[in-house]
Design a protein around this ligand. Structure first.
Ligand code: UTP
Length: 303
């Protein structure tokens, strides 16, 4: 039996971004530049590369910069066109032509679970992907397509898991799994949001890529605020893990061991910028040479 395919992606971007204040006071953290593109453009490109061209952004109070980035900018295009600067013109148009983009407002940021729930009307009764806008997965280590294939084979919902040092598990949602994977796919038996180290069922953290069965909407609408007073997606997934396949239940996980950056965290954000910039043919060689000198001499020279 094969299950209904995944066509739509939901990208929640309505969080307050308090870890990155003050820049996030008026700018969504998803719009912070990673080299020369906003972090969220990488996430949209990842969804499109996995075949998902219908994208719904869940936005919060400062959605303008996001909307403008994925919309046309006729004035700028005209200026570049009149100068015959096709290279920059293409860069400007790239984000507009990527995908079919839709928006829904979350209103109050009541939690990730609530952000997913406001996507219900757009998504309807079909499985969908959720990509967190501040979680950047290196394009060289794609995982989404594999998760979509797992959903087609098994139904239910699919999580992306990452092994983390045990002492950091309380920063993440954490899963309990059955130990015997089938072709690298684990059955998830338990989920806890940001557990105390002593209560963590494993050292496997949930990272920001999900394939969700539409059954999640009914569960979320009954989910009470949990950790931090927020409606937690992890709490709804715990219910789904215990529901039968006939009801849209069942949660599986796959372990990701590629490169990934949390652009909502200052240190990880800087690492993302430096890693991706150092691989760019236009600025990489110069940056790497500067970094080598900087780390060996502590010099703040600018060459
Ligand atoms: P985070 O917990 O990382 O986002 O949520 P945050 O609340 O903005 O961050 P800090 O901790 O205050 O710095 C994970 C994802 O869920 C979205 C966020 O935008 C982020 O992509 N989110 C979170 C929402 O869309 N709505 C919410 O109510 C909460």
């Amino acid at each position: 039996m094969t299950f209904q395919g995944v066509r739509k992606a939901v990208i929640p971007a309505a969080g307050l971004g308090t870890r990155f204040l003050p820049v996030t006071k008026a700018t969504p953290k998803e719009m912070l530049p990673v080299v020369d593109k906003p972090a969220i453009q990488y996430v949209v490109e990842e969804a499109v590369a996995a075949g998902l061209e219908d994208i719904l952004f869940v936005t919060g109070r400062s959605k303008r910069p996001l909307e403008d980035h994925f919309d046309r900018n006729y004035e700028l295009e005209q200026v570049l066109e009149s100068k015959g600067d096709t290279e920059r013109l293409n860069l400007v148009r790239e984000s507009t032509d990527l995908a079919r983009i839709h928006y829904v407002r979350q209103g109050d940021p009541l939690g990730l679970g609530h952000a997913v729930l406001v996507a219900q009307q757009h998504v309807g009764d079909e499985p969908f992907a959720v990509l967190l806008g501040d979680d950047l997965i290196d394009a060289r280590d794609p995982i989404l397509e594999r998760m979509i294939a797992i959903r087609s084979e098994f139904g239910g919902s699919v999580l992306c898991l990452m092994q983390v040092p045990r002492e950091t598990i309380s920063l993440y949602g954490c899963v309990g799994i059955e130990t015997d994977p089938i072709n690298g796919v684990f059955a998830v038996t338990d989920l806890v949001e940001k557990p105390d180290i002593a209560d963590a069922p494993s050292d496997l953290a949930i990272i920001g890529r999900y394939i969700l069965d539409p059954a999640v909407f009914a569960v979320l609408s009954e989910t009470a605020p949990g950790r931090g007073g927020e409606i937690q997606l992890t709490d709804a997934l715990r219910v789904l893990a215990k529901m039968s396949p006939a009801q849209g239940g069942g949660v599986r996980g796959v372990i990701f061991d590629g490169r990934r950056y949390d652009t909502g965290d200052k240190l990880s954000y800087l690492q993302a910028v430096i890693t991706l910039a150092s691989q760019r043919p236009d600025i990489g060689p110069q940056l790497t040479a500067w970094l080598q000198e900087f780390t060996s001499t502590g010099s703040t020279g600018n060459q």
